[in-house]
Design a protein around this ligand. Structure first.
Ligand code: NCD
Ligand code: ZN
Ligand code: ZN
Length: 345
């Protein structure tokens, strides 16, 4: 049987939430990944260094016994973030600040209303060699939801990079050919995370034959040409700038299957296997290790993980749902199969 051994991967964009949800989802990631960059969009947001340190401890406490998984903590950028907070974050081992434009996505009410008022903070993020993670969508009501990422590049990202040229930016969960091109053409201080859903699915998977609420995430799935551009970027000449970031985000089933279903897909159960499907279909399995285990670590200035994982080309069934506290959680590919299986230790 075909097998594939990789340096243990890292998930550079992960939502773990807190409490029962944290306890339910963390073991899935800890089984696969050496580390994960932990998103700070809790309610209230993780905006102060003390919040991040306390949250980190709750994550460590929720780990299965013996796990060597390491959470990499981030802080939520708000209109009130100060230069002093940036310095304290660096001293405390926080790895990045995360931009949520106000109103752009799940739990973004405390997000930034005018990024250009925060230029001194961004300059300090660069000076402290922290990473700046962006949810790259504008929120203006007159901009079509399918155009919000492309407009963000012109109105926000390019002008910010012109003001702070040495800022190390991760354009998170990119979904468009425009975003892939921006990253390819920018300096090596600009990189991107790419999710399994944006590499595997297009907007037909959201809307054809009925609305599929479990395929609703933000930025919303785009047309097939954009999906192809993301696969080309992750396997092409500039592939060193693209890395694994699942954006796995647990929402209870009742909140997804709702008249106003919320945004986010839960992919952590079979994350590395889903990416293996993408790279296999592109004839680029030899590039999966760089994407999953090397490019992200290098961009964050971290060593690669010292152990390996092995994938077997054997289909696994994905359950229709799994428990999350009192609720149920519907994973990506629920009720279906994934073509690869991670070998148990
Ligand atoms: C994420 C979540 O649920 O926290 N949802 C999503 O659709 N991607 C937030 C985010 O990453 O934008
Ligand atoms: Zn986001
Ligand atoms: Zn996210």
């Amino acid at each position: 049987m075909q097998t594939l051994t990789l340096i243990r991967p890292d998930d550079m964009h992960l939502h773990l939430r807190d409490g029962d949800a944290l306890k339910a989802v963390l073991p899935y990631t800890a089984r696969q990944m050496g580390r994960a960059v932990i998103m700070p969009n809790l309610k209230p947001p993780v905006a102060q260094v003390e919040d991040a340190l306390a949250y980190k401890q709750r994550i460590l406490d929720a780990l299965p016994p013996g796990s060597r998984f390491q959470p990499l903590m981030t802080l939520y950028l708000t209109d009130n973030t100060t230069v002093e907070t940036v310095r304290a974050a660096k001293a405390a081992g926080v790895v990045a600040f995360k931009l949520y434009p106000a109103g752009a996505t799940t739990n973004s009410d405390s997000g930034v209303t005018d990024l250009f008022k925060l230029l001194p903070v961004l300059r300090e993020i660069a000076a402290q060699d922290l990473r700046f993670l962006v949810h790259g969508e504008v929120t203006d009501a007159d901009i079509d939801i399918f155009d919000r990422e492309a407009v963000f590049i012109e109105r926000i990202l390019k002008p910010v990079l012109a003001e702070v040229p040495d800022l190390k930016v991760v354009f998170e969960h990119i979904t468009t050919a425009e975003a892939a091109r921006l990253v390819c053409e920018a300096g090596d201080n600009v990189a991107a995370s790419v999710t399994p859903q944006h590499l595997l699915l297009n907007r037909n998977d959201l809307l054809v034959g009925g609305v599929r609420p479990h395929h609703y995430c933000l930025p919303v799935l785009k047309r097939e040409t954009h999906r192809q551009a993301l696969v080309a970027a992750a396997t092409g000449d500039k592939a060193h700038k693209f890395f694994l970031g699942t954006d796995s985000a647990p929402h209870p089933q009742h909140a997804k299957e709702n008249a106003c279903g919320c945004a986010g897909m839960f992919s952590a159960m079979t994350a590395i296997e889903l990416y293996a499907e993408v790279f296999e279909a592109a004839g680029a399995l030899d590039k999966l290790q760089a994407f999953a285990s090397q490019n992200g670590a290098r961009f964050y200035g971290l060593p690669e993980n010292s152990d390996t994982v092995t994938l077997v080309k054997q289909a696994q069934s994905v359950p229709a749902s799994v428990p999350m506290g009192e609720a149920q959680l519907v994973p990506m590919r629920a009720g279906g199969e994934v073509a690869w299986t991670l070998q148990q230790d």
